[in-house]
Design a protein around this ligand. Structure first.
Ligand code: FE2
Ligand code: FE2
Length: 262
């Protein structure tokens, strides 16, 4: 990539769906090795940095048995090491806000929760959110909160979202809604080329997690389509054009498509 004039073309790396302690250690090691070698200009996280099954609405007994400390520590240490420029919250990250409701809006050091704290779980979740905020502030990470409308990062002609559809045609759906987009959430590596004049594509970035370890998905056929890996791309600052690449784990190796500009 040394031939790319860095002022005009920006290398972008995209991590997503590490799901706290469900991170795939092998993928994580390969990812950071690649980041070190490739030297991206912009780092994006597309969400589900934490798993937080414990806070899931209607959590089952087995969800509640999950190791929340390990989940948090793993998620925090990934964020700290990766230090993304942008972190788009995923539906799993958002669980903490949903769990806390109004309390989550009160985050300044001097402020206290506006409603009575009635459980140790709430205290724990509130403290957890404060720790996350502290890390985000110290690293200068720009947060983009989960949500169909607000959860969009736009760089040039390219949009990035966590992902808001399920099933076989999720990437097609994302294309219909957001146009030229890269998204996480579905863990697949799907690429959807849609019919339009500007040659736009929608891409699902593979996950950094160990997909086999996500117990709550064991009955879903779509799980067989899941892939481990990460995303990358080059943005032309002059025209706004962006072209993607993907890194996908197959067996013990990672196969990396890397965009180059001539
Ligand atoms: Fe996910
Ligand atoms: Fe998700």
């Amino acid at each position: 990539m040394k031939n790319i004039p860095s002022k005009r073309f920006k290398k972008i790396i995209i991590a997503t769906d590490n799901h706290g302690h469900y991170i795939c250690k092998k993928t994580e090691a390969a990812f950071f090795k690649f980041v070190e070698e490739w030297q991206p200009d912009i780092r994006i996280h597309l969400g589900d940095n934490f798993d937080l099954s414990v806070l899931r609405e209607g959590a089952t007994q087995s969800d509640k048995m999950g190791n929340i400390m390990l989940d948090l520590e793993s998620g925090m240490s990934f964020l700290e090491r990766y230090s993304p420029d942008y972190w788009l919250w995923g539906n799993h990250d958002d669980r903490i806000l949903r769990f806390l409701g109004d309390m989550s809006k009160r985050l300044k050091e001097e402020e206290r929760p506006s409603k009575a704290v009635t459980s140790l779980e709430e205290v724990g979740a509130f403290m957890m959110l404060k720790e996350i905020k502290k890390l985000v502030a110290s690293k200068g990470i720009k947060e983009i909160r989960w949500g169909v409308e607000q959860g969009v990062l736009k760089l040039g002609n390219q949009s990035f979202v966590h992902g808001y559809a399920a099933g076989m045609y999720a990437t097609k759906k994302m294309a219909e809604v957001y146009g030229q987009v890269m998204h996480g959430h579905n863990h697949t590596g799907d690429v959807y080329q849609f019919a339009n004049h500007s040659q736009s594509v929608a891409v699902c970035v593979p996950s950094l997690c160990d997909n086999g370890a996500l117990d709550y998905q064991r009955g879903q056929i779509s799980k067989t389509r899941h892939k481990s890996g990460w995303g990358l791309g080059v943005l032309d600052k002059l025209t706004g054009n962006f072209y993607h690449g993907l890194a996908v784990k197959m067996g013990e190796n990672f196969f990396i498509q890397e965009p180059k500009v001539l």
